[in-house]
Design a protein around this ligand. Structure first.
Ligand SMILES: [Cu+2]
Length: 242
């Protein structure tokens, strides 16, 4: 008969329901079986807690924590290596498999390693991972320059510099009016401040390692006078997201 003395609403209502439907003795027996664990609790508070708290907390915590956990873990800083080619007049980036990327995408706080070469530096290119070297040597960088102009990555040099692109490439590669060729480039990652000289006769790739702390699109710029298209050898090649 302990159940009948409890003031727990749940127990009382259960008792009343059963009492209404059954005989008094049965009503005592049935709820006792169902509520025997509750009845064993020493106080009303203790008896209610298992009814309420377990019903709410497990629903809220598993529902919210995984979402937060996903959002917090998604922008984990990474270590990213990309291979960069400087050519007249642009930049191309590749992953270690030799797949060309439109842009290098990293999260804030990531450590970025750039391994950069001049498209003329055959010995330096040979030092790159084989798939990267194969891809770079398979590309006609002359054709790439024309493609860049068609795509609007660089302006029409005839209009912008007074020299048609084909002639501008000849000037840069072979020299012009005894000025000499201008085949070297230098890569500056604007906004980060790292810079490397890309010697057209270099034997080794240039290597830059830096950490990016702010979101945004970072421009690669040439800082070595490299002919008529030099001022246009700048493009956003690094995208940093939060
Ligand atoms: Cu330049």
């Amino acid at each position: 008969m302990r159940v009948s003395t409890r003031t727990s609403l749940a127990a009382v209502s259960t008792l009343v329901l059963f009492a209404a439907a059954c005989g008094a003795d049965e009503a005592v027996q049935e709820p006792e079986g169902a509520a025997v664990e509750e009845a064993a609790e020493p106080t009303d508070e203790a008896a209610q807690e298992p009814d309420e708290e377990p019903a709410q907390e497990p629903e809220e915590e598993p529902g919210e924590e995984p979402d937060e956990a996903v959002e917090e873990t998604a922008p984990e800083p990474e270590e990213v290596t990309a291979y960069v080619v400087g050519y007249h007049w642009g930049w191309a980036v590749f992953d270690e498999d030799g797949t060309e990327l439109d842009v290098i995408e990293v999260t804030v706080g990531s450590e970025v390693e750039l391994i950069a070469v001049n498209d003329h530096a055959t010995h330096a290119i040979e030092q790159l991972p084989e798939p990267v070297a194969e891809t770079i040597t398979s590309i006609s960088w002359h054709d790439r320059a024309h493609h860049d102009m068609e795509q609007g990555h660089i302006p029409d040099l005839a209009e912008a510099e007074g020299v048609p692109l084909g002639e501008a490439l000849t000037i840069a590669h072979d020299g012009h009016d005894h000025i000499g060729p201008a085949q070297d480039h230098a890569l500056l990652v604007a906004g980060v401040g790292v810079e490397a000289f890309l010697d057209s006769h270099g034997d080794e790739p240039a290597r830059m390692v830096f950490t990016v702390d702010e979101e945004g699109a970072y421009e690669f710029r040439c800082t070595e006078e490299c002919g008529p298209g030099h001022d246009h050898q700048r493009r956003e090649m690094l995208q940093v997201t939060g």
